[in-house]
Design a binder for this molecule. Sequence first.
Ligand code: SF4
Length: 338
Amino acid sequence: MALLDIRNLTVKIKTDEGIITIVDRISLTINAGKILALAGASGSGKSLVMQAIMMLRKDNVIYYADRFKLDETDLLKLSSHQRRRIIGENTSFVMQEPKRSLDPSLKIKAQLYEVMPKIKWYRFFTRIKNFIKNTKKQTAVALLHRSGIKDHRKIMNSYPSQLSDVECQKVMIAMAVASEPKILLLDEPIVNLEIASRFQVLKLLDKYSKNDHTAIIIISNDIASIYNFADEFAFMYAGQIVERGSRDQIFKNPRHPYTASLIRSMMALSDPGQNKKFIPVLKGKHPDYKHMPIGCRFGARCRYAKRICNKMPDITMSKNCQYRCHFPLPDGALNSDD
Ligand code: SF4
């Protein structure tokens, strides 16, 4: 049984020009201890999926789903208050740009103490107040150490502006795991980091996933960096998951032309002998959410498009992967010039 099981999640936004569907019936499952990467260009709806899972509700956003189960609890049968409580107890979210997510006016120490599970009764027992205070400090130090920060004194007594980007990211991860969540969601955790720092952050997350069986859903456009890190990949294009499957299946034999074009660019960029002038670039523009084509959303940019692509392709399930395309690529297509 999957730890998180979401079926046909749809996210709509109310605008002055009417209601626009951004995320269109996407389905996701993840098991404990597994890492799922959500990849795809900016604007494909990945962050909205994360926000929908966390139920971070803004007034102009509407969410629907046919199924939303977390650890066997059917959240759709609960009140919104109960739903938010269960989500809050079981999941943590690390947003983009850690420096901006941290409170600039508080030292890291205070921000760490704030996210630790509250022990409300201690204030009535003066004699154990200090004991609790010490325990809090020890827990904060242990969290920082587990998150790869050795000099905890410096970090605890610093303001976010005094820390580097990677230190802020590690602090954010320490804060996110303080409540021992079953699911950790991260939105672009390695963007703007140097290569060595990216590796440190991914290694740290991998450790949490393996040691604590935390399920991790990570958004990243940097598929070259996360290639070895995620067990499964889901590629989004224009609000839909166009392909999803195990890392080995997708990177060896992608079925969807969009996935294949991203992987080809990744391979060319990672090849030191490749002339950067000849890196394959996807031509054309991402469709406008206000005027989505009725057929395949990738159609205008797809070199394999045919008349039938004016009809929306259904999701095809095959061994180890699923894709949305009328003409899936055959095995070996990634390395052919066709
Ligand atoms: S359905 Fe047609 S247009 Fe869409 S990706 Fe497949 S081949 Fe290309």
